[in-house]
Design a protein around this ligand. Structure first.
Ligand code: ADP
Ligand code: ASP
Ligand code: MG
Length: 424
């Protein structure tokens, strides 16, 4: 019997009515496909944010352990209610918390990675004909409750699909697939019928919230066909994330569609992402000597700070300036470490700027198409948006700009590459 994993996000299960609608999607799938079905759910609506607000009313400095105990409760409400709704619809269902479902993680709070999944209980429930409803975003490590980082339910679903060797994993959300950029920023976005794992991984890591980056990484490693689709239009095929979309023929055997698929595959830019959680740190008056950059960045990495875009200025009077960005959650910690490093290497001073964002274009086709960077910079220049820093990889270009211009930057770049015209 085939195995299917379905995941429903917060908005999809936001009200009792929505939970009943999700139960209908699950039971219809079970009926139509006669499959073994695992359903992973997030907390209802803004429950996780509300739990953070509650926490803030009690303390500014929660211990990570208690914070995970608190935040994991949201998903537990959803699994119980969804199981009840499925049972009311006449099907057998059983809810499992992350730890009951056998999800073991690293022993880290608030952003644990899944290490292994013991699927024994899930398989037993399959044998009993039950739809298994699992709480996303949570696991267990050495008997302690852990969580996987915000948006982590996608990762729970894909990891379960990998462990169960599922036939596919469908991520149901509040948009009808992966778009050329966030539809909350640009009115007329294009929708992608398919996207390569690598492109999706870049977009997700660069701020496109639609999939948790780690979920894409796992889907790629285990070659899980991953589909992003709408909970409101479950019959729509949404976007398929696959290995090699151009040669892949999963989508259609129809010649016209194949041709348009190939043309789209050749587009240099497939999507634009905005990461609003960036901070820029500077270390100024750094002695320009061999080994200094190594000292700065190895000290930072030693203290668990992940650095992203790095720029070093041309040396003047034997001194230089090194600027880099970090995720805003790590900015204060990074600044404290940088102050210590500055003293030890006799740099003049350090600075922090929390008002920057990162705008990126992504596309596997840009490897052999010249002019992508120039087009992006022209769009920004024409809109008087100052680029503070630039970084590139084979399939992406990122610019750091002031946060007040982030959305405008996304809009003008999206337009410059004609992305509203993409696909359906
Ligand atoms: P869920 O609660 O279902 O996990 P999320 O809010 O985490 O949903 O992710 C869906 C949201 O991701 C959409 O509402 C949309 O605003 C945002 N998003 C950002 N970038 C994209 C993109 N490129 N394509 C589609 N949605 C995107
Ligand atoms: N409920 C968690 C969050 O809001 C996990 C998730 O929705 O994926 O981040
Ligand atoms: Mg999400």
């Amino acid at each position: 019997m085939s195995i299917i994993v379905q995941k429903f996000g917060g908005t999809s299960v936001g009200t009792p009515e929505r939970i009943k609608a999700v139960a209908e999607i699950c039971t219809q799938t079970k009926k139509r496909e006669k499959c073994n079905l695992v359903v992973v759910v997030s907390a209802m609506g803004d429950t996780t944010d509300d739990l953070v607000t509650l926490m803030n009313q009690v303390t500014d400095y929660p211990t990570p352990r208690e914070l995970d105990v608190l935040l994991s409760t949201g998903e537990q409400i959803s699994i119980a209610l969804l199981s009840m709704a499925i049972q009311k619809a006449g099907y057998e269902a059983c809810s499992l918390t992350g730890w009951q479902a056998g999800i073991s993680t690293e022993s880290v709070h608030s952003k644990a990675r899944i290490k292994s999944i013991d699927t024994k209980l899930i398989k037993k429930l399959f044998a009993e004909g039950k739809i298994v409803v699992v709480a996303g975003f949570q696991g267990i490590a050495e008997g302690e409750i852990t969580t996987l980082g915000r948006g982590g339910s996608d990762t729970s679903a894909v990891a379960l699909a990998a462990a169960l060797k599922a036939d596919r994993c469908d991520i149901y959300t509040d948009v009808d697939g992966v778009h050329t950029t966030d539809p909350r920023i640009v009115d007329k976005t294009g929708r992608l019928k398919f996207i390569a794992y690598d492109e999706m991984l870049e977009l997700a890591s660069l701020g496109a919230q639609v999939l948790h980056p780690r979920s894409v990484e796992i889907a790629k490693n285990f070659e899980i066909p991953l589909r992003v689709r709408s909970s409101w239009k479950p019959e729509d095929n949404g976007t398929l994330v696959v290995n090699n979309p151009v040669s892949d023929d999963i989508i259609s055997n129809n010649f016209t569609e194949r041709k348009s698929k190939m043309i789209e595959g050749q587009r240099s830019v497939r999507g634009v992402a905005l990461d609003r959680k960036q901070s820029r740190l500077s270390i100024i008056g750094v002695p320009d000597e061999p080994g200094i950059a190594c000292k700065i960045f190895s000290e930072l990495s030693h203290h668990g700070v992940s650095v992203d875009v790095i720029v070093q200025c041309v040396s003047q009077d034997g001194h230089t300036e090194v600027d880099f960005t970090v995720n805003r959650d790590q900015a204060e910690k990074a600044k404290q470490e940088l102050d210590i490093i500055a003293k030890s290497i006799k740099a003049q001073r350090t600075a922090i700027d929390n008002s920057v964002v990162k705008v990126s274009v992504v596309g596997a086709g840009m490897i052999d198409q010249p002019g992508v960077a120039a087009k992006m910079f022209k769009a920004l220049g024409d809109h008087k948006i100052n680029i503070q820093m630039i970084s590139t990889s084979e399939i992406r270009i990122s610019c750091i700009v002031h946060e007040s211009q982030g959305e405008e930057a996304v809009k003008c770049i999206h337009e410059a590459f004609g992305l509203s015209e993409v696909n359906s």
